[in-house]
Design a protein around this ligand. Structure first.
Ligand SMILES: C[S@@+](CC[C@H](N)C(=O)[O-])C[C@H]1O[C@@H](n2cnc3c(N)ncnc32)[C@H](O)[C@@H]1O
Ligand code: SF4
Length: 387
């Protein structure tokens, strides 16, 4: 059994939705019938498989993501949590998040999820304008979503909701009004995503056919900066590009990913990272729900690819994830995880040019992207890790 040095989390993917939203490229599928007993048993089996490899230490976080995990049977969620507790341990400090869609059907089940042990709800409200919800292909209205969120707030210690902005025709003034409304309802955490057109989605086709347009680059940048400004003055600043929290309310699961900690991922298309004696391993499971299910039923797991990251890959992954965080990457964490130091691990010419151009800073404590760097983060990271 490897020594427990890196914090451990668990991700559970539920791949089903009632319908496919036109913008979404998550691993989500619509099925007429789902055999919940089979799915529960298979998720339990894959969890048990990874428990043989992963260090036995209390979980920092458990995250039910999707898809639409609020369509899981609460008894399935309860069974998974009970087994996770047996295998690793759930403590009072373990954050247990479930992603929920804000329909009345799901609101009615929230109490059961709370009773099962879920402590945090992340709700996909997406917009506070009915016309835009329709454009986004959502099946809930603004009032239904807010009613569901009220139920969540009454039941769970922590809540968050997602909004998608930079929608067609959205002006900065319109977004500001909507975001200010959102702030009157939010607790300590909000995820605010700019609409992106993902390959092979219905929006991809519609966008290519010019059925709608998106705000131009200048307006998008203005919308992003405005968002940062409003959230900062509300005391809920960005701790990552799209995630905002009051200090202490950051999603622990998100932090685990971005800080490069360990996580076991189970369910179709889930990813995992573990620090084992052989090195840092990375894997993902089969994406297709049916193939995943049959692999788990015959093998006990549905790993599609498993590899040991090279030291360079580990370093690049840490930069890729860590620079998304406002606080960046601490020298100490970088040293612990890679055995290397800043600036020695980086190309001096690239570091100098990105620093001089005002995209990143390196001080005694940490390497981080500046607000200017955050606007073009992918380019900055690409530059830093390119050979
Ligand atoms: C896995 S989904 C959320 C789960 C839940 N099924 C829902 O729809 O509420 C995570 C979030 O990513 C965001 N998202 C997904 N696709 C996006 C896109 N193309 N552009 C911007 N945000 C997107 C949405 O805000 C969504 O709530
Ligand atoms: S946005 Fe949520 S509900 Fe819509 S298809 Fe994606 S995962 Fe499913």
């Amino acid at each position: 059994m490897p020594e427990a040095t890196v914090p451990l989390s668990l991700y559970i993917h539920w791949p089903f939705c009632l319908s496919k939203c036109p913008y979404c490229d998550f691993n989500s599928h619509v099925r007429d019938r789902i055999d919940h007993t089979h799915w529960r048993d298979a998720l339990l089996r894959e969890m048990e498989y990874w428990a043989q490899e992963a260090p036995k230490q209390p979980l920092v976080s458990i995250f039910f993501g999707g898809g639409t995990p609020s369509l899981m049977e609460p008894a399935t969620v309860a069974a998974l949590l009970e087994r996770a507790n047996d295998l690793w341990g759930i403590t009072a400090a373990t954050e247990i998040t479930l992603e929920a869609n804000p329909t009345s059907v799901e609101a009615a089940r929230l109490a059961d999820f709370r009773a099962a042990g879920v402590t945090r709800i992340s709700m996909g409200i997406q917009s506070l304008r009915d016309a835009d919800l329709q454009f986004l292909g959502r099946h809930h209205s603004v009032s239904e979503a807010l009613a569901a969120f009220d139920v969540a707030q009454a039941l769970f210690p922590r809540t968050s909701f997602d909004l998608i902005y930079a929608r067609p025709g959205q002006t900065p003034a319109a977004w500001e009004a909507e975001l200010r409304e959102a702030l009157t309802r939010a607790d300590g955490h909000l995820s605010l995503y700019q609409l992106t057109i993902e390959p092979n989605t219905a929006f991809d086709t519609a966008y290519r056919k010019r059925l709608f347009t998106l705000p131009d680059e200048v307006t998008s940048e203005e919308l992003f900066t405005l968002t940062q400004h409003i959230m900062e003055s509300a005391g809920i600043p960005a701790y990552e590009v799209s995630n905002h929290a009051r200090p202490g309310q950051e999603c622990r699961h998100n932090l685990a990913y971005w800080q490069g900690d360990d996580y076991v991922g189970i369910g179709p298309g889930a990813h995992g990272r573990l620090t084992l004696p052989e090195g840092r391993i990375a894997w993902h499971t089969r994406k297709s729900p049916e193939r995943w299910l049959s692999a788990v039923e015959s093998l006990g797991h549905a790993t599609e690819e498993r590899l040991t990251l090279t030291p360079q890959e580990r370093l690049e992954e840490l930069l890729l994830m860590g620079l998304r965080l406002r606080e960046g990457i601490s020298r100490a964490a970088f040293r612990q995880k890679t055995g290397q130091e800043f600036p020695g691990a980086l190309d001096p010419a690239k570091l100098a040019s990105l620093t001089n151009a005002g995209f990143i800073t390196l001080d005694d404590a940490r390497l981080r992207a500046t607000p200017k760097g955050m606007l073009v983060l992918n380019t900055v990271i690409g530059e830093l890790v390119s050979g």
